[in-house]
Design a protein around this ligand. Sequence first.
Ligand code: PNS
Length: 164
Amino acid sequence: MTAAIYPGSFDPMTFGHLDVIKRASKMFDRLTVSVLDNKAKNALFSVEERVSILKEATKDMPNVTIDSFCGLLVDYAAQKGIHSSVRGLRAITDFEYELQIAQTNRLLSKGMLDTVFLTTSLEYSYLSSSGVKEIAAFGGDISPCVPDFVAELVYNKYKGRNIT
Ligand code: PNS
C-alpha cells in the first residue's frame, strides 16, 4: 500500500492545491492532506476552518484524508508510518524554498521521508493563497482561483474589515 502526505498551510485552499491533490491521489493508494498548525503565522482561516474546506473539496475522493499537524513534518510522518511527502512546484521561484524543505526533511528523517514534486498544471501556475487573499481584500474577483464556496468564505472574512 503506497501512502503520502501533502502538507501545507492551505490558507485558503486554491484550485492549484486541488489540482495537486487530485493528481497525487491517483499516484498513491492513500493521500493525507495535512494542514500545518503554525501559531507563528497570522492565518486568515483557523486550522479547523481550513480542514473543513479541504474536507468539503475532497469529499468525492475516497482515498484522500484531511488532517492537521503541529511541529516537524518528519515527526508527524513517522507517527503515521508514511515515507513520502508531496509538494507542488509552480515556477522556478518555488524551487529554492522547496529544495531546502525537501533536503532538510531527508536529513532530519535520516532518509525516511522523501519528497515527490508535482509541477502545477499551467493554468494554475500563477495561483497562490496570498494572492487570493490580496485580491479578495481589495474586492477583486477570486472565482478563477478557488471553488465558489471557498470564495464566499474568503469574502466573508474581509466583510467590514478596513484594509486601507
Ligand atoms: O503551504 P506552505 O506554507 O508553503 O507549507 C510549508 C510546509 C507546511 C510544508 C512547511 O513549512 C513544513 O512542513 N513545516 C513544518 C515544520 C517543519 O517540519 N520544518 C522543517 C522543514 S523546513
